[in-house]
Each structure stands twice: as C-alpha cells, then as structure tokens.
Ligand binder design. Structure first.
Ligand code: ADP
Ligand code: ASP
Ligand code: MG
Length: 421
C-alpha cells in the first residue's frame, strides 16, 4: 500500500462539476489500494476575488484580517470536496491547516512552516478515511492566529505533508499536463518536459513559472519528496521533478525552459554620489522595508559629475513602500531623484547545460535583437540568464527565445482550464 499526497489547484476545483470530477479521481486512487491525503486550493479565482474585496473596504488591509479572509477560500473547497467524496460512498474528513498540524511563524501573508504534526490526518488514514486538508494556511502558536503561506502556497502545504507523512509521492494536479518549456498560455508550441532537475525547477519557479511555487520546490528538495506535476483533466504522465544527486535519471537538455514575469517594477536612484558606501546605504534602506530585490545595475559615473545611477527590480507590490522610504532619506544619501517604472517584463532562460555550453548568452541576445526587442538589464547565475524588457514586448521575447533554442514542440500545448489569473 502506498501513501499518496494529491494537491488540486484552484483551476481543478473551479465549480461543483469539477469538484465531483476530482472526487471521483480521488476515490479511484483510494480504491486502487492507496492511502490518500488531499490538499486543496480555493475554487477558481476565489483568492483573487477575496483579495479585491478586501481592497474595496480598506486600502491597506491588516495582515491578520486578510489571512482570516483568504483562508476561508480553502475551507469552502475542502468541505465541498469531502462531501462529494462521501456521496460516492467513501469516507472523507476535511481539516483546516491548523487542525492538520501545520505550524508556522507569525508572518501574515508569507508565513513559513516551522513544524508539521499531522496526527489527525494520520488518524483519519488509520480509520480508512481520505484526509482532505485546506492548502495555503497554518497556525502560529505564539499569537494563536491563522496565517497564510503566500500566493500559490497550497503547493507547499502538500509537500510539507508529504514529507511529514513520508509519502511515496506528492502529485500536483493542475490545468496543464505538466511543466512545459514555457507557459503554454504564452507559447502555444511549448513542449512538456518529462523530467526536470529540482535545481532547474527552482530557477524557473523563481523566475515566474507559477506552475510550481518556489518554496514547495525548495521544501521538496530539502526533504527528498518526489514531485509529480500533472493534469487533473486526463490520466497522462506529467513531469517528474528529480534530484540527480540522489541517482535519479534526468533527460539531458542544455536548456530546460523560458520563464516570464510581469509582476516586477524597476526603481532608478538618479545621481548617487560615486563614493564608497553609497550602495550599502541605499540597499540597507531598501532592506528595512523587507522588499525582495532582484536585479541590480549601476552605471558608470562620468568623471565630470562624479554621480552614478543605480537601478534595481522588485515586486510591484513593494514599490510604493520602497519609494516612500527612500524618498524620506534623500538628503541623507544625497541622490538627485527617484524613477519608478512598472512597465517592465523579465525573461529568464534556464538550463543546467549552460555551465558547459558557450554561446548561450550570445544566442539569446541575438534572438532578441533580431526581433527588435531592447534589453534594459541583464543578470546571470550559473544556470540562468535573465533580461528585462518593456512589458509589452515580453510575450514576443519569450516566443522568439523559445524558438531560437529549438524548444518548440510538434503539437500545440493544451490548457484544460483556469483563467490564467
Ligand atoms: P493551480 O490553480 O493548479 O495552482 P496555477 O495557475 O498556479 O494552477 O499554475 C498553472 C499555470 O501555470 C498554467 O495554467 C500555466 O499558465 C502556468 N505556467 C507558467 N509557466 C509554466 C510552465 N513552464 N509550464 C506549465 N505551466 C506554466
Ligand atoms: N488559493 C491560494 C492562491 O490562490 C493558494 C493556492 O492556490 O496555492 O494563492
Ligand atoms: Mg498554483
């Protein structure tokens, strides 16, 4: 008997019909002789809708209340799913994150899991029931409050439970057939990847491929959880995320895929005195806002002025806060002005083969040049090259880079559901 953790994303449980379809699939897995733990997301775009609702009553909703509100989405789907399974004649019990033993730190909106004690989930399995757990949420012992793990966090709930229960596999069910060489909504000719290393998957997830949440990939890698990303709309094999260092076999490809991200903005600090310590001063101020900055570029100062410009990218959500904080320290740092640009797009090309293959950047830049797309910033890691372009050219940029690296497949990639929101 195997223990399988299955996670169903919002697009797989968007309405009553979908919930019944998923319930059937879960019951089949149980009847095949497996213990089944299910993690479920909020129905369709419920989380976004609740978020919009919060913003319509308050410009800056309190983190505690926002978490209270957003976790309601997963409570609805877990209860409905348990009912649907019971009506198929199988025992099922639903649990909130806190009932399932997911303990987190106290950081509302992006809490980290600190401890998992799924005693009640195990008891349900021992009693022959299917356990349904609300994704994306936890509980902080110190404050006694409900927390959320950040957008896309149900993936992490599933992986954390799989690790704590020593599950045989953690299946992530979604609205596409697996991890593709690019988002199939942007590149219809994207190819499904059969196996991908967790290292590459981490880079793709970090660069905006939301098919898997970055923290879930990290957690799975650290705890040796096998991840299988697949569609809840058919029985096709999906994508296995593997660890070659554990002797797991992976297909050899120089480039794994291309990711795109429209959620970032760029801040330029204009006219920074070109003396030691200024970058330290600026980024200490930025760090105090807890914004996660990504790319940084400093231009050369001209000898005549002795001033330089420093640009960096950060999530749009943090933009206003960072601008405000920097502006308040303008005279202390001694810069001229700030520029805020939220019309940027970020493209990342990811592949472990970059380590040993020359000419990857040249090919990337040439493909963009041939398409008339201007590059505004560049950064690289061992297995990734990222560039910033104008937001309205990002889709085209992804398609031309995808083609230039011969990633196009023979048939059109299918998107089975979801709104892409
Ligand atoms: P769920 O509701 O199941 O959590 P998400 O919307 O979070 O689904 O993630 C699935 C979506 O991720 C797909 O519909 C697709 O548009 C997007 N996506 C982005 N990059 C990729 C990629 N490289 N491979 C597959 N899907 C991707
Ligand atoms: N419902 C949450 C969200 O939309 C969590 C998840 O789906 O993973 O972000
Ligand atoms: Mg998701």
């Amino acid at each position: 008997m195997s223990l399988i953790v299955q996670k169903y994303g919002g697009s797989s449980v968007a309405d009553a019909e979908s919930i019944k379809r998923v319930a059937k699939r879960i019951v089949e897995t149980r009847k095949a002789g497996n213990d089944v733990v299910v993690v479920v997301s909020a129905m369709g775009d419920t989380t976004d809708e609740l978020f919009d609702l919060a913003l319509s009553v308050s410009p800056l909703p309190s983190g505690r209340e926002l978490d209270m509100l957003l976790t309601a989405g997963e409570r609805i789907s877990m209860a409905l799913l348990a009912m649907a399974i019971k009506s198929l004649g199988q025992e099922a019990r639903s649990y909130t994150g806190s009932q399932a033993g997911l303990m987190t730190d106290a950081k509302h909106g992006s809490a980290r899991i600190v401890d998992v004690n799924p005693a009640r989930v195990r008891a349900a399995l021992d009693a022959g029931a299917i356990a349904i757990v609300a994704g994306f949420q936890g509980f902080n012992r110190g404050t006694g409050d409900i927390t959320t793990l950040g957008r896309g966090g149900s993936d992490t709930t599933a992986v954390a439970l799989a690790a704590a229960l020593d599950a045989d596999v953690c299946e992530i069910y979604t609205d596409v057939d697996g991890v593709f060489t690019a988002d199939p909504r942007v590149v219809p000719t994207a190819r499904k990847i059969d196996t991908i290393t967790s290292e590459e998957m981490l880079e793709l997830a970090a660069a905006g491929a939301k098919v898997l949440y970055i923290r879930a990939v990290e957690y799975a890698r650290r705890h040796g959880v096998t991840l299988h990303v697949r569609s809840s709309f058919n029985n096709n094999e999906g994508t296995l995320v593997v660890n070659p260092e554990n002797g797991e076999i992976v297909e050899e490809a120089i480039i794994a895929g291309v990711a795109a991200d429209l959620s970032e903005a760029k801040i330029t600090v204009v006219g920074v005195p070109d003396v030691p310590g200024k970058a330290a001063q600026i980024f200490t101020i930025v760090a105090s806002t807890e914004a996660n900055i990504d790319m940084i570029v400093q231009n050369v100062s001209t000898a005549a002025t002795g001033l330089a410009d420093i640009s960096f990218t950060l999530p749009k959500l943090d933009g206003a806060k960072v601008i405000q904080t920097l502006e308040a320290k303008k005279s202390e740092v001694g810069f001229d002005s700030l520029q805020y640009d939220d019309q940027i797009g970020k493209l990342a090309l990811v592949g472990a083969g970059m380590r040993t293959n020359a000419g990857v950047s040249a090919k990337l830049f040439t493909a963009l040049f041939d398409a008339g797309i201007n590059i505004e910033m560049i950064s690289t890691s061992e297995i990734r090259i990222s560039v910033v372009t104008r937001a309205d050219t990002l889709g085209e940029a992804v398609r031309v880079v995808h083609s230039a690296f011969d990633l196009d497949g023979e048939e059109e990639a299918k998107v089975h559901g979801g709104t892409g929101r």
